[in-house]
Ligand binder design. Structure first.
Ligand SMILES: [Zn+2]
Length: 167
């Protein structure tokens, strides 16, 4: 599965700008355990890595398309992605990716795994509403609001159980 990951080997690169290109298909998303609600990903990642003396800047561009299910007709719907992310890569005693746009790699690292970033960049940019433009009119006619209103009043059995515990 290693070859499905987005690995960027930076050791040996000269100070300056370098470009890397990756193809992202289903095998990439198979690396992650999640409830996948899209199919046939055909994505491309372009990374421009600027290597400086003590740190690096990765400008990551993700583009391509995935298929979603239309909420109205349930047929597939192509969704285009065109997203950017800038990541500053520094070196430290320990790996730390808790900061959103700063990645700390151990001093002895020779490559960086960008897979998690690409995965998140894809998922964060999928729309909540998935409707063909030709299905939009039908969407407006669907009774969207009522079920939510009802939920507020109706009792959730899980909460009732909890309430019982505190009686
Ligand atoms: Zn549709």
């Amino acid at each position: 599965m290693e070859e499905s990951r987005v690995l960027l080997k930076f050791s040996g690169l000269k100070v300056g700008k370098h470009q890397f290109q990756y193809k992202i298909e289903q095998s990439f998303f198979d690396l992650f355990e999640f409830d996948q609600d899209f199919s046939s990903p055909k994505l491309e990642v372009l990374v421009e890595l600027e290597k400086k003396e003590n740190f690096m800047v990765a400008s990551i561009g993700l583009s391509g398309e995935v298929l979603l299910d239309c909420d109205v007709c349930l047929e597939s719907l192509s969704h285009k992605l065109n997203e950017d992310l800038n990541l500053i890569i520094r070196f430290a005693e320990e790996f730390d990716d808790s900061e959103e746009e700063i990645l700390l790699l151990p001093f002895n690292a020779y490559q960086v795994d960008l897979s998690q970033y690409i995965y998140e960049l894809t998922l964060l940019n999928l729309p909540l509403k998935r409707v063909h433009s030709s299905c939009k009119d039908k969407w407006e006619d669907l009774p969207q609001i009522q079920p939510i209103e009802q939920q507020k009043d109706s009792k959730d059995p899980r909460w009732e159980k909890l309430n019982d515990l505190y009686k």
